[in-house]
Design a protein around this ligand. Structure first.
Ligand SMILES: [Zn+2]
Length: 397
């Protein structure tokens, strides 16, 4: 408690000083300057929060090695693709030669221009970057009452596309939950505590102390945009149902993050991005249901299932009885979407090169075009068999 009091005092001083800035007309300039000087000597809010955090890290059980880690039952449950994009943007990963300055990279960089080293390190040390993802993975378990987008701006589009995908594909999809990932959970103390306890295995008192740091961070550091910064929800993924000890059955679900949709909307692809990302994730549910994921985890295995999901998505998006979108428009988006710098050819999370992904999508479009002439929708089984036969030639591209 002593530390918290010290922190509050420092913050009080900081805000007393900064609030003076708006009041320069009534404060003599020399007094203002001396106050500014004392502010510089005082710890910044980020530094004060880090000091509090250091205390908490010291009280983590020895097995944590001073760092928050998800419990083993949950690690590996989240697709790393978008996470790599986020960590690159935050400068945590060295740029690779094949990484291009794509519009999405540049947009993310722009959103982070006011993030300094301390602001970045706080999100890692509190796990703020992962909290919305894990909260949604574990606790959002029903499609009911979901709103998508910071202001609900994607709710209608997503709900409609999801319903349409369920009609289009012949798999059993009534038990898939479509759920939203919002940064607003970062300002909800109860949700934070639950997540720290269940996902990171913290005892309740420590979970509450971490939650308070996150809430103070949002309060005192405007860079986090009160939790609505897109970096916190720059994610979308599919998860098959699993049992989480202590929680129960987590249903089949698709998680759609506000941040990733906002990003593609901001660079001009909102119309295609939202259905395309959802259709790709829905494709993973086809694979769960048809048992198409092998036991093997390797870059080739991941590439196969990812290219397949790209093909399912393209087939649905362009099919006259699916989303019936103009292929040229879909292509424009996919050029941007696939070129997100997934160059981890040797990583188990490798999704295929941009060229391979586009080839898989083009192939899916061509199948749709042919199917249209025959006026029917292939079953998931038929489409998959065609894809498997095509895969060797897709990956030589
Ligand atoms: Zn995928």
């Amino acid at each position: 408690m002593k530390n918290i009091n010290l922190f509050t005092t420092l913050l009080g001083l900081f805000f007393l000083v900064t609030s003076c800035e708006t009041d320069t007309l009534t404060i003599p300039q020399d007094r203002l300057h001396s106050r500014h000087a004392s502010a510089r000597q005082a710890a910044s809010p980020a530094a004060a929060l880090k000091a509090r955090l250091a205390q908490l890290q010291a009280s983590l059980p020895a097995s944590y090695g001073g760092k928050l880690k998800p419990i083993p039952a949950l690690s590996g449950k989240v697709d790393p693709q978008y996470r790599e994009l986020v960590t690159r943007a935050l400068g945590a990963i060295e740029p690779t030669p094949c990484e291009t300055n794509t519009r999405i990279n540049l947009w993310l960089d722009e959103q982070l221009t006011d993030w300094d080293r301390e602001v970045i390190s706080l999100v890692y040390e509190t796990a703020m970057l992962d909290l919305p993802t894990y909260y949604t993975l574990v606790f959002e378990n029903s499609s009911a009452n979901q709103t998508f987008g910071v202001k609900g701006e994607y709710t209608q589009k997503l709900t409609k596309t999801f319903k349409d995908l369920k009609r289009f594909w012949n798999i059993e999809s009534s038990d898939i939950a479509l759920v939203a990932m919002h940064g607003s959970m970062l300002r909800d103390r109860t949700k934070l505590i639950k997540t720290y306890m269940v996902v990171y295995g913290l005892p309740s008192s420590l979970a509450a102390a971490y939650a308070d740091i996150v809430i103070d961070a949002l309060t005192y550091l405007p860079q986090y945009r009160n939790g609505d910064h897109p970096i916190f929800t720059f994610n979308a993924f599919a998860q098959s149902s699993f049992n989480l000890p202590g929680v129960g059955l987590i249903p089949d679900k698709i998680v759609m993050g506000d941040g990733i949709m906002a990003a593609y909307t901001a660079i001009g692809y909102g119309d295609v991005a939202v259905p395309a990302i959802l259709a790709h994730e829905f494709g993973h549910h086809i694979q769960f249901q048809l048992d198409l994921f092998g036991d093997e985890s390797s870059p080739e295995a991941t590439r196969r299932t990812e290219l397949m999901a790209d093909a399912y998505s393209a087939y649905y998006l362009s099919h006259a009885r699916g989303a019936s979108m103009q292929w040229k428009r879909v292509q424009q988006f996919l050029q941007v979407f696939y070129n997100i710098g997934d160059c981890g050819f040797t990583s188990d999370g490798h999704h295929g090169t941009p060229t391979q992904r586009m080839a898989a999508a083009e192939w899916g479009y061509n199948v749709a075009n042919n199917a249209q002439k025959q006026g029917h929708i292939l079953t998931a089984q038929q489409f998959t068999a065609l894809f498997e036969a095509q895969l060797p030639s897709l990956v030589t591209q």
